[in-house]
Design a protein around this ligand. Structure first.
Ligand code: NAG
Ligand code: NAG
Ligand code: NAG
Length: 257
């Protein structure tokens, strides 16, 4: 664990970490301090003690690898807490970070930028350190039509299967599409078991973070698709379950994962 160089760029702190990985690769890590207003942190594991914010990051990267998307360091008691970043504000979640009046410093890391052919319909969108390559629809479509349209562009309907990716979805839906938006999440196969478009089940932890309080509620019997519903509930965080036959805006992401 030798050879740590720390450089300060305009906003991002760049840590060049040597020998972090088994293969002794050098990795450049971009870490940004945040006030916790726009980009919030949700704790994903137990805290430990670290002698500095840099040590806190190094330990976080060793223990959680690329799941260390955010970390909180308190220089008063040297507590280091690993987290997941979220684009907020999250009205529906008790983040408890930073502790009010404490010396908690919140950081998030810049995740790798995916390949993206930006000459066509796709462009890069980033928030809180996570970037996605997306096509944004300029019209509304039923859920299954949205899937077909995405597939026709060698892409899938965008699904936010981590809190960081969900944050990109929420940010783009709120600030670019500015209207009700499908996300690739349904319980069409097994009622009440929501599954991402790539077949991965929605985890209980992520479910507790991304649904609007009281959702999914199957208000009508056929609500099997998940949407951001800004029209009805402007600016209020969290997904709603809706009939897949409704027409909403949507986003596509090139097949690759
Ligand atoms: C957050 O915590 C407060 C105080 O403990 C509680 O009243 C509130 O219901 C909690 N909100 C959620 C969404 O859990
Ligand atoms: C360190 O301080 C923070 C902020 O006051 C607090 O939330 C945390 O529990 C403390 N950790 C320990 C180990 O005392
Ligand atoms: C989709 O991928 C196939 C195979 O790589 C390619 O031939 C085709 O042109 C692509 N279609 C679009 C719309 O990009």
């Amino acid at each position: 664990m030798s050879g740590v160089i720390m450089a300060v760029s305009l906003m991002w702190l760049i840590f060049v970490l040597k020998a972090l990985t088994a293969r002794c690769e050098t990795r450049e890590i971009h870490v940004k301090q945040t006030t916790g207003q726009e980009c919030q942190t949700l704790q994903v594991g137990e805290s430990w003690l670290s002698s500095s914010a840099l040590e806190c990051y190094r330990e976080c990267a060793v223990r959680l690898s690329d799941k260390c998307q955010s970390f909180v360091y308190n220089s008063d008691n040297q507590t280091c807490t690993p987290g997941s970043v979220a684009f907020g504000p999250l009205e529906n979640v008790n983040t408890s970070i930073p502790v009010t009046g404490s010396n908690d410093m919140i950081f998030y890391t810049k995740q790798p930028i995916p390949p993206c052919d930006t000459n066509g319909n796709f462009a890069l969108y980033d928030i809180c350190g996570t970037t996605a390559c997306l096509y944004l629809s300029y019209f509304q479509a039923k859920y299954h039509d949205a899937i077909s349209i995405c597939n026709g562009m060698n892409s899938s309907i965008f699904f936010g299967n981590t809190l960081a990716r969900f944050s990109v979805f929420w940010h783009v839906s709120l600030n670019y599409l500015k209207s009700n938006t499908w996300i690739g999440l349904t319980d069409l196969a097994v009622k009440d078991s929501f599954v991402w478009e790539n077949g991965e089940p929605l985890s209980d932890q992520l479910a507790s973070w991304i649904w609007r309080p009281g959702q999914p509620n199957r208000w009508t019997p056929n609500e099997h698709c998940a949407e951001a519903r800004h029209g009805r509930w402007p600016g209020i965080y969290g997904l709603n379950d809706a009939p897949c036959g409704l027409s909403n805006f949507f986003m596509c992401e090139p097949f690759q994962r």
